[in-house]
Write a protein that binds this ligand. Structure first.
Ligand code: BMA
Length: 833
């Protein structure tokens, strides 16, 4: 097989426009308009509003390429497009070679009849996505996320490009992935499925090549498998497709073992002539999801090589609204930052696009299990014949492309559509009673939607997965309890999306009322840091209720929601920067509350996947890492609460029993702490729990310790400690878990809201000390934040607790100019000069 890469510089411009610009391929219209100075930065202030209508135009890309005689001699010639966004007409030398209408597909257009030796002209016209969805919406209105442009679901394009409750409306277009001319000689390899059988301590690989043949001649496929140690394995009999691997070096997720990868190579041959080859890295492992029944209902957990793991991670969204800016270096840094925070799992959310191969390669290398949604989210779909044909081809393309990845844990049909449909079913009767004649806002507009849902997610997609990737678990939706609208968000079965905290405005303590089997979405918003806010604002915009700040808050009136939660927890911050800081502490504490609770019930709960990992532009959102890759307090907290061995405290105090302090109560307030050590390693851990009741100056009032051994993959509770005599607002408990005198995990617990605690001034001082920061505190300091003039400074730890004393924190990246430190003590106090 021969290939001419057609990436590079193309001519580009709006159809009917009297101007032209350079078109970078792969790239996009917005990318090229920006580069040509024909559009302002859409992330700055409210520039998005100018950028959006530009997609009412059609845009044309064209280039010339040369073809030699040898190429022309091949059996077939194809224009191969790895990604066309979205509605495109492809012309070669003026002939219509084909049309595309699905950005998630790989397109091939036969051009043998039009191609010529020498110069050829390829032209691709992208039709306005906005005009298309508006037309479709007019003829077939149906509910979809109201944060996106109506009708988005009628187009197989990343839904969030039309806006989401964390993303801008920038429905870009273009040749967003590689494009080439492919010449097939005799035959080629379309794809290869690799099946694994683990038996008797060995692994047996069976390859199933899919070929595209243009000859009757006898073809063979030569297979080799190369181990991470360089050992080469061949099929027992020549030309065979089965390979036996003895002493297999198994692939494990992060925290459970190595991420060993084997390289599988299949070479298509005609006699000794090599026609084509296929080479991929795979991991040897068994990987599934257990739904075994148990005393609580039905478990839902990933099982790797027979080991049930607790999934720790977050939901991943597109890394940029302008896709050309996504690249392997940026993705690797993001995923390495996830691993640094002890993630072993990421969920690729269904409202974006199927990431590039490099995303999965990196997950394979880092040991991050991938929960892979198909790209459907928060919308009803009409399963017309053309839509069905399109989504079948889309699924085949992506299952074939991704199925060899070691990290791919499961396929999931869609995001939240079983839940919305079931909700609609449940609520409609009541709603029509209360609002006669008015349809329920998110009700399906057509009875066919229910049937179409079942056909798509409980027949078409599982059938394709079953055929092309039979060894991988398929789950109909997230959340689901198994399908067929059977109570998809049931707490005792399947996965759940829990939003009473945040969307439901319930207090953090609410998390403790639930023992979900697998929480695949839960979240809390915060503002990004000042440097990130400054990237899209003018000084006069830096008020959370300014037009610009609200433009960069897409979840309705959520800036007010943050303030509401803040009022329950912290003193009122005096300045904008402190408000940003306080919001991040809220987010970190909220999520810590939930995750620690579910990890204390390891075995019953086996997954905590936080909404969301990253941002696609500078915005107020649920992300733990912002658009510029800057860690919020939440990501530092995740590094602690996702630690393989975690000591956490179930504290009882005012916030858990009587948050409204003016309410008169008859029964005494319980002040107690119950410790629990969760061990998510495959070895038993032995260590000491040290605790101390302390004053605001961190002086010890009372202390104790206990030595325990925690079996592997389990959680051990210690007896409850009663602190009824503790002064509510001026006593706190510190706790630490040490193994062989080395600190491993710990924290502090208050018995009242931080706003009511009598913090002493810790007089924090942070100094550079070689490749570390030395922090000194003269009293208890909560959520110590170290900053420098470098907003991209990354430390081994930050936003941590100090019980007075000193701490040395290593620098992972960035500069240490003008170090400053602050803590909760500083919230609600005038800034010191
Ligand atoms: C869930 C997700 C996303 C959304 C998030 C925050 O619904 O599936 O659609 O962005 O909550 O609201």
């Amino acid at each position: 097989m021969k290939r001419i890469q057609l990436n590079g510089l193309w001519h580009a411009g709006a159809v009917g426009g009297d101007w032209e610009m350079e078109g970078q391929v792969p790239g996009s219209v917005y990318g090229d308009l920006l580069a040509a100075g024909r559009m302002a930065d859409p992330y700055y202030r409210e520039n998005e509003l100018e950028a959006f209508p530009l997609m009412n135009e059609d845009y044309r890309y064209s280039r010339i390429f040369n073809v030699d005689r040898e190429m022309l001699g091949c059996e077939t010639l194809l224009i191969r497009c790895e990604g066309l966004d979205t509605l495109a007409e492809i012309r070669l030398n003026g002939h219509m070679a084909g049309q595309a209408d699905n950005m998630h597909r790989t397109w091939e257009f036969p051009v043998s009849e039009w191609i010529q030796q020498g110069e050829n002209q390829l032209e691709i016209t992208f039709l306005s996505p906005l005009k298309y969805i508006a037309r479709e919406w007019d003829s077939r209105p149906c509910w979809g996320s109201t944060d996106a442009t109506p009708g988005f679901q009628h187009l197989r394009k990343a839904h969030c490009m039309f806006g989401w409750d964390w993303g801008p409306r920038l429905p870009d277009a273009g040749i967003w992935r590689d494009i080439s001319l492919v010449a097939v000689e005799k035959a080629r390899i379309v794809s290869v499925a690799v099946l694994q059988e683990h038996r008797g301590g060995k692994v047996y690989l069976t390859l199933a090549p899919e070929l595209d043949e243009y000859t009757e001649e006898y073809l063979t496929v030569a297979v080799t498998v190369t181990g991470p140690d360089g050992r080469v394995f061949h099929p027992a009999e020549p030309g065979g497709l089965c390979v036996e691997i003895d002493q297999p070096d198994l692939w494990w997720p992060s925290g459970y073992g190595r991420q060993s990868l084997y390289t599988v190579r299949a070479e298509l041959k005609l006699g000794s002539l090599s026609l084509d080859s296929w080479e991929r890295r795979i991991g040897l492992r068994t990987l599934t999801v257990s739904r075994a029944k148990d005393e609580w209902g039905e478990e839902f957990c990933h099982v790797i090589n027979g080991v049930k793991i607790f999934a720790m991670g977050a939901d991943y969204i597109p890394e940029d609204s302008l896709l050309p800016r996504v690249n392997p270096q940026r993705t690797r840094r993001l995923l390495e930052d996830a691993k640094l925070a002890h993630f072993n799992c990421v969920r690729v959310w269904g409202g974006g696009y199927y990431p590039d191969d490099f995303f999965y390669d990196i997950c394979d290398e880092l040991g991050l299990l991938v929960w892979q949604d198909f790209m459907y989210a928060c919308a009803y779909y009409d399963l017309t014949p053309s839509f069905e044909q399109s989504i079948r081809a889309e699924a085949v393309d992506n299952v074939r492309r991704l199925r060899h990845h070691a990290s791919l844990a499961l396929w999931c049909g869609n995001n939240e559509m079983e839940m919305f449909q079931q909700e609609a079913l449940r609520m409609e009767p009541l709603y029509s009673l209360i609002h006669p004649g008015q349809p329920l806002p998110f009700a399906p507009h057509r009875p066919s939607h229910m049937a179409d849902y079942i056909k798509m997610f409980e027949y078409i997609l599982p059938e394709i997965c079953g055929k092309l990737d039979p060894q991988r678990f398929y789950w109909p939706a997230s959340p689901s309890s198994g399908g067929a609208f059977d109570d998809p968000n049931h707490p005792d079965r399947g996965d759940v999306h829990y939003w009473d905290v945040w969307h439901g405005e319930k207090p953090f303590t609410e998390y403790r009322k639930f023992h979900f089997r697998y929480a695949s979405e839960f979240g809390f918003q915060s503002f990004p840091c000042l440097a990130t806010v400054e990237s899209f604002t003018l000084p006069e915009d830096r008020n959370i209720f300014s037009r610009v700040m609200e433009r960069h808050q897409r979840n309705g009136a959520a800036n007010g929601k943050i303030l509401n939660y803040l009022s329950q927890t912290y003193l009122y911050p005096y300045d904008f920067d402190t408000l940003l800081y306080a919001s991040q502490l809220l987010q970190a504490d909220a999520i810590r509350y939930g995750v620690e609770h579910w990890r204390r019930f390891r075995g019953r709960c086996m997954g905590a996947v936080i909404w969301q990992l990253n941002d696609c532009w500078p915005v107020v959102s649920w992300a733990s890492i912002d658009y510029f890759g800057r860690w919020k307090a939440l990501h530092y907290a995740a590094k602690r609460f996702f630690a393989p061995v975690l000591l956490s405290a179930l504290e009882e105090g005012e916030t858990t029993q009587n948050p409204k302090i003016n309410e008169f109560r008859t029964d005494p307030l319980e002040c107690s702490v119950t410790f629990c050590v969760t061990n998510d390693t495959m070895e038993p851990v032995t260590g000491r729990v040290r605790w101390a009741l302390r004053s605001p100056s961190a002086d010890i009032v009372r202390e104790g310790c206990e030595d325990i051994t925690v079996p592997p993959l389990s959680a051990s509770w210690l007896p409850k400690l009663d602190f009824a005599d503790a002064e509510l607002t001026s006593r706190y408990v510190s706790f630490d878990w040490e193994e062989q005198e080395t600190w491993v995990s710990g924290g502090t617990a208050l018995f009242c809201a931080p706003k009511h605690f009598a913090f002493a001034d810790p007089q924090l001082c942070a100094k550079a000390d070689g490749d570390a920061v030395l922090v000194t505190a003269r009293a208890f300091a909560r959520f110590v934040e170290i900053r420098s003039d470098d907003p991209d400074l990354l430390l081994e730890d930050n936003y941590f607790e100090m019980n007075g004393g000193q701490r040395r924190v290593a620098v992972l990246r960035g500069r240490l100019d003008n170090l400053t430190a602050r803590s909760v003590y500083d919230i609600g106090r005038e800034k010191r000069p």
